[in-house]
Design a protein around this ligand. Structure first.
Ligand SMILES: NC(=O)c1ccc[n+]([C@@H]2O[C@H](COP(=O)([O-])OP(=O)(O)OC[C@H]3O[C@@H](n4cnc5c(N)ncnc54)[C@H](O)[C@@H]3O)[C@@H](O)[C@H]2O)c1
Length: 257
């Protein structure tokens, strides 16, 4: 893959919790392809030491605390990015949240508050990112979010996150259509199951992994580095003719009925 021009790209990665995070796989892949000017976020002081230790293995990454709660928090983050870089070329939005009751309970028991909080953090935050991104992406760029197959099929124990990821994927299509005039391309990346901190909140997550290994055509799961490599391609000019898709990186599991 000719990714020489990644060394000139600048961007923001939202959602590092530790060195198992999908966001970290993206950061590592971008870094390995020459991209150095990256601002990455962690959610809280509790996460900082894990994120810092992981990032120190790569180099001097600008780490910023960011806890999405409202429009103001994202405005503050983008003000900082603008201050540091002026303009950017990519954003990786790799965050999702559902409280335990909403995630583990039946869909019919999900409260309006639980649903609203989850869709706000997991989906609306992408819309906010795109709004602010437009102001600091004058030359166009790529915006990626992370989704899951549970948007399309009923996956055991994925619960309320299924409908929320479905909303996220459709949001990506509309954002892609809207932002195309600014040459901003928007994608949903759909990895297969990977053992991360967020995934540990899903009941019987090991069963999902086992099912993926047994039933995917490639008979394995994917690594965060493979998700990262796909992100590199979607940020690179090599993918310049694409926008709006949900792209699977799941060892072919999505093909199977
Ligand atoms: N792990 C999987 O199997 C898998 C598969 C497909 C898609 N995904 C998606 O990938 C994305 C990243 O998850 P991950 O698996 O790397 O887990 P992770 O726990 O490493 O990352 C999730 C991140 O979301 C952040 N986050 C949650 N609420 C936040 C808030 N209010 N403000 C700021 N940040 C917040 C957390 O701090 C964390 O860094 C999520 O959208 C997830 O749904 C995960």
């Amino acid at each position: 893959m000719n990714t020489e021009n990644l060394s000139t790209k600048k961007g923001l990665i939202i959602g590092l919790a530790n060195d198992s995070s999908i966001a970290y796989g993206c950061l590592r892949a971008l870094y390995e392809h020459g991209c150095r000017e990256i601002i990455a976020t962690y959610q809280s002081q509790k996460a900082y030491s894990y994120v810092k230790a992981a990032c120190d293995k790569l180099g001097d990454i600008d780490l910023v605390e960011f806890n999405y709660s409202d429009e103001k928090s994202i405005e503050k983050l983008f003000d900082y990015v603008k201050e540091q870089f002026g303009k950017i070329d990519f954003i990786i939005h790799s965050m999702a949240f559902a409280d335990k009751d909403s995630l583990h309970g039946k869909i019919t028991d999900c409260t309006a508050d639980g649903f609203t909080k989850s869709i706000n953090i997991s989906c609306y935050s992408l819309i906010s990112c795109c709004r602010y991104a437009q102001k600091i992406m004058p030359d166009g760029g790529s915006i990626l979010t992370m989704t899951y197959l549970g948007a399309h099929r009923v996956i055991n124990n994925y619960g309320i996150m299924g409908p929320i990821k479905a909303c996220l994927e459709t949001t990506v299509k509309y954002l892609a259509a809207e932002l195309a005039e600014s040459n901003i391309r928007v994608f949903a990346v759909s990895p297969g199951p990977i053992a991360t901190r967020a995934a540990s909140g899903i009941n019987h997550f090991d069963d999902l992994i086992e099912h993926a290994v047994t039933n995917s055509p490639m008979k394995r799961i994917v690594s965060i580095d493979e998700v990262g490599n796909l992100s590199v391609f979607l940020i690179d000019n090599l993918s310049s003719g694409m926008t709006g898709q949900t792209i699977y990186v799941d060892a072919g599991y999505f093909l199977m009925g």
